[in-house]
Design a protein. Structure first.
Length: 536
């Protein structure tokens, strides 16, 4: 019999054991304890943050006869049966492989039948955003008026792809990435119970590499246990994660800050000659640059770094300009290593491009450089998107449209916190969104997104925090639905309008050309009905 993997073995069994989601678990415990559970829930958030586990715990809680302050006892037959996945009252559905209308119709038929041993039948639909549009439509009525003995829990990593009509019928809970400290603490507990000794710096590195997902962190830990046994060192963690741990990554950052171009080029070639993985080496360079940007921007507290490293980087940041650090981070994070015959060339070009851009840019002090993070001002946006180019003026619309020759375009107005107020009228919000699409400016690498937003889309409607953009050509729609393009567009629009917005792309039919006879008939008071004319 195989041993269960760590993330399944140490999956939380009560709401109190769920890591890093206190706001969610506290509300659910109160709801269960007071008997005010909803008929439908939406759990959304990044992968590995506890959405499905929490749904199973909720199923145990609503069926547990011996609740402990809103938490299941995890001892009674009902709790144990559900934990083992053998309960007929808890039905899990993978929407990625059961996404059709027939699958939802089958659910609608079966949900009518009464529960078995428990008090409620709980349906957990994972990755619900994968359902087709007809399937969502079939689910609507069941979500709105489910049988009194049924509770539905929808889980997704992409809530913006769930129709607003579905969202409005659910209680929504947003799961956050697990905080770094909570990840380290949980890993330490698992190591203690498994009898594994991992260096504290190794646990810290595992937590940082997991991206805030506990499942990913436990998978890394299990891989280390299989590879190295019961004692794991920091160097072994670095090996498994593909980290070089090479101090020359920080040396290269020093060279960038000092503008030591010859020294930087020499260092890159020595690292390459030593057989170091340049991709991973560059990732570490980018991590150092990101840390410097955050320190220079006045937000060092968001960094998950030991005190000594933070102090060393803080000293280095004092001699750097924020605009230079931001430019360096952009360049090195976008390095393309596809030139396999000379991988060092990519890093060399990034270094030289930084030097050339520094010579071309006007001299600015740290105090006048654009800021980022929570101190961001009117000239900046999230997700690496700038509202103005190097001269401080917005770029003209694609295709050369814009001010006439000699005219100086006015900078776009700063985003207003009151813009696109949910309480405003629908027409007003639509108009504000349409204006925003014509004024926002994105980085050059997102030029296609800017062109689409300014020229090739129509704002069909706005509801429940979602902007529905219409596309007449499927190729343009596919470009916008690329995850990177969609994220950039949402970040730019949200910044311009002063609140978070999601984008949903929809198809719009091309208007049919109207012939001269039809136009003449319309002028005489007729209207077109299915290809015929009718007297009005």
């Amino acid at each position: 019999m195989t041993t269960p993997v760590l993330y399944r073995k140490w999956r939380p069994q009560t709401l109190a054991e769920v890591v890093g989601q206190e706001a969610v678990t506290r509300t659910l415990r109160n709801a269960v304890a007071t008997g005010r559970t909803a008929h439908a829930y939406l759990f959304t958030g990044p992968r590995g943050t506890g959405k499905t586990s929490t749904a199973r715990i909720l199923a145990k809680a609503v069926n547990c006869p011996d609740l402990q302050d809103g938490d299941p006892c995890d001892r009674c037959p009902s709790c144990r049966t559900i934990a083992e996945g053998a309960s007929l009252d808890v039905i899990e559905i993978d929407a990625a492989s059961n996404r059709g209308i027939d699958d939802v119709r089958d659910l609608r038929e079966k949900i009518k039948y009464m529960h078995g041993a428990g008090r409620y039948k709980v349906y957990i639909i994972d990755e619900v955003h994968m359902l087709s549009e007809p399937a969502f439509n079939a689910l609507l009525k069941t979500l709105e008026e489910p049988p009194p003995h049924a509770i539905l829990v929808l889980a997704t990593t992409e809530a913006h792809r769930v129709p607003a009509t579905i969202l409005s019928r659910c209680q929504r809970f947003d799961f956050r990435r697990v905080p770094h400290g909570a990840l380290v603490d949980r890993l330490a507990v698992v190591c203690q119970r498994e009898g594994v000794a991992v260096e504290p710096a190794g646990l810290d590195l595992i937590a940082r590499s997991s991206g805030g997902g506990l499942r990913d962190a436990l998978n890394i830990l299990e891989q280390l246990m299989v590879s190295y046994g019961r004692e794991v060192t920091l160097a072994q963690v670095q090996t498994v994660l593909g980290l070089t741990g090479d101090p020359r990554a920080l040396e290269l950052v020093h060279a960038l800050v000092r503008r030591d171009i010859p020294g930087g080029l020499t260092l890159i070639n020595r690292v390459s000659e030593d057989g170091i993985d340049l991709r991973q080496f560059n990732r570490e360079v980018v991590e150092y640059l990101r840390a410097l940007v955050l320190i220079a921007a006045g937000t060092p507290e968001v960094l998950d770094l030991p005190g000594a490293d933070r102090e060393a980087l803080a000293a280095l940041a004092q001699g750097a300009r924020l605009d230079d650090l931001t430019r360096a981070t952009h360049l090195f994070s976008g390095v393309d290593f596809r030139q396999e015959h000379r991988p060092s060339l990519a890093l060399e070009l990034a270094l030289l491009e930084l030097a050339l851009s520094d010579q071309a840019a006007p001299a600015r002090s740290l105090g006048t450089a654009p800021t980022v993070g929570r101190h961001a001002g009117p000239g900046t946006t999230a997700a690496g998107i700038s509202s103005a180019d190097a001269t401080g003026a917005p770029e003209p619309p694609p295709g050369g449209a814009g001010a006439a020759a000699g005219d100086v375009p006015e900078p776009a107005p700063p985003p207003s916190a009151g813009a696109a107020d949910p309480g405003a009228g629908a027409d007003q919000i639509l108009e504000e969104v349409r204006r925003a699409l014509k004024t926002i400016t994105l980085e050059k690498r997102f030029g296609i997104v800017q062109a689409l937003l300014r020229t090739y889309v129509s704002v069909e409607r706005v509801e429940d925090g979602t902007i529905y953009l219409g596309f007449r050509h499927s190729s343009n729609k596919e470009r916008m639905e690329d995850p990177k393009n969609l994220e950039a567009a949402e970040a730019a629009i949200s910044q311009a309008l002063g609140r978070r917005w999601h984008i949903t792309c929809v198809d719009v039919k091309e208007p049919q050309p109207v012939g001269h006879l039809v136009r003449k008939a319309q002028e005489l008071g007729f209207r077109v009905v299915e290809g015929t004319t009718e007297d009005t």
